[in-house]
Design a binder for this molecule. Structure first.
Ligand code: FA5
Length: 378
């Protein structure tokens, strides 16, 4: 074992001289006090307390000192490091407080300022209702079909068994776009042009475009020269339903209508058919649904009047019937093999009785105060 190095003088170790330790401490304290931000303080911390900092390096020298010198040198370095760490923590707290105060000012929100965002829109209740109706039929396997709003007279009338001079054409007051060209009224190419008065021409287009069986639902906008009033508008929306298959009967029509009103209005509501006339269906009927508000009770109980159905117990919904064989023939469908049913109604009227809307003008005027309460139904 070698003898301790008695000639070793700790005072001679440069880094451990008291004035040197003081200089390191003061340099660190000055750098800490001068750090203007938290990022800068982080760098100062690494430089003056990290493994390669002057005080850390001086600390390492202590291990090589003889025992009698270690305590004093350790105390001196320890005090210097303690002072530096304390100053660091103090400056850190100061800078954090400054940052928080600055963020509060810089990111302050003036909640009294008027907002500039465009309010979220809502779908129009007519669209929502039309989508719901489509959903009911799509769930039964029907396909959604569409057609043009500017329509050949042949599709709007002739193919639907409205003969040119027949008074039935007067049933729907028509906007004429282009009169007959003087050619044959049995040919779409030679036909006049109208704004379609109903969605029934989409029946014709669907039968011509598809091989039977055909199951389509045709929603769309239609036009009539009706005056705008509480129950009429010249532009309104209809939904048409068409089913063509082998062996379809009025019972299938009735069952389909019953299902529709139950799906849309709930419960075990029923429908009834009253004789009517449409050139394109034979037999034809007007369809009424049982009142969903009083369930028919107001008609038999004078003590329970009902505003929804005017105490009739029934609400008129639209026209329907078995597709006239002449229409099938005009579309190239063999009436000996196929039969079908059709149904059409107005969406504005359904929306009116569904939500107790008294004036149709409220629906079409586009005032958001009317549409907003219907919310953002999808
Ligand atoms: C038709 O338009 C037939 N195409 C319906 C049809 C289809 C019958 C298939 C048979 C088979 P109508 O002209 O009755 O029928 O009109 C149907 C519905 O449109 C009416 O019940 C009513 O709800 C709505 N309607 C008619 N005129 C207006 C109008 N000016 N404003 C708002 N809704 C209207």
């Amino acid at each position: 074992m070698s003898a301790p190095n008695k000639s070793y003088d700790p005072v001679e170790v440069e880094a451990l001289k008291p004035e040197e330790i003081e200089r390191m401490r003061d340099e660190a304290l000055a750098a800490i006090a001068a750090a203007a931000g938290l990022e800068e303080l982080r760098e100062v911390k690494v430089a003056h307390t990290g493994d390669r900092s002057p005080l850390a390096l001086a600390n390492r020298e202590i291990g090589a000192l003889p025992p009698q010198a270690k305590a004093e040198a350790g105390k001196r370095v320890g005090q210097a490091r303690g002072a530096v760490n304390k100053a660091l923590a103090g400056r850190q707290a100061e800078l954090e407080a400054e940052r928080d105060a600055r963020v509060l000012v810089e990111e302050a929100v003036d909640v009294t300022l008027p907002y500039d965002r465009v309010p979220a829109g809502a779908r129009h209740p007519l669209t929502t209702l039309s989508d719901r109706i489509e959903d009911v039929f799509v769930a039964m396997g029907y396909e959604v079909a569409e057609g043009p709003e500017i329509e050949a007279e042949w599709f709007n009338f002739d193919a639907l068994n409205f003969p040119p001079d027949h008074p039935a054409r007067e049933m729907q007051d028509t906007f004429f776009v282009k009169p007959l060209s003087g050619g044959s009224e049995t040919d779409a190419a030679e036909s006049g042009v109208v704004l379609r008065t109903h969605t029934s021409p989409v029946q014709i287009r669907s039968m011509i475009d598809r091989e039977p069986p055909v199951y389509v639902i045709c929603p769309g906008r239609v036009y009539r020269t009706d005056e705008l009033d509480a129950t009429h508008t010249p532009v309104f929306a209809q939904v048409e339903l068409l089913a063509i298959d082998e062996g379809l009967t009025m019972a299938d029509l009735k069952g389909t209508l019953d299902h529709m009103v139950r799906a849309l209005f709930g419960g075990d509501l029923t429908t009834r058919l009253r004789p009517a006339y449409f050139p394109f269906t034979e037999p034809s009927a007007e369809m009424d649904m049982q009142c969903f508000a009083c369930r028919g009770e107001s008609a038999v109980n004078p003590d329970r009047p009902c505003r929804t159905c005017s105490s009739e117990g029934w609400i008129e919904l639209g026209g329907c019937g078995m597709v006239n064989p002449r229409v099938l023939t005009a579309c190239g469908v063999d009436p000996g093999r196929y039969s079908g049913f059709a149904f059409g109604f107005g969406i504005e009227r359904m929306l009116m009785f569904r939500h107790s809307i008294e004036d149709m003008r409220d629906i079409i005027e586009g005032d958001v105060r009317f549409t907003l309460p219907f919310g953002m139904e999808i």
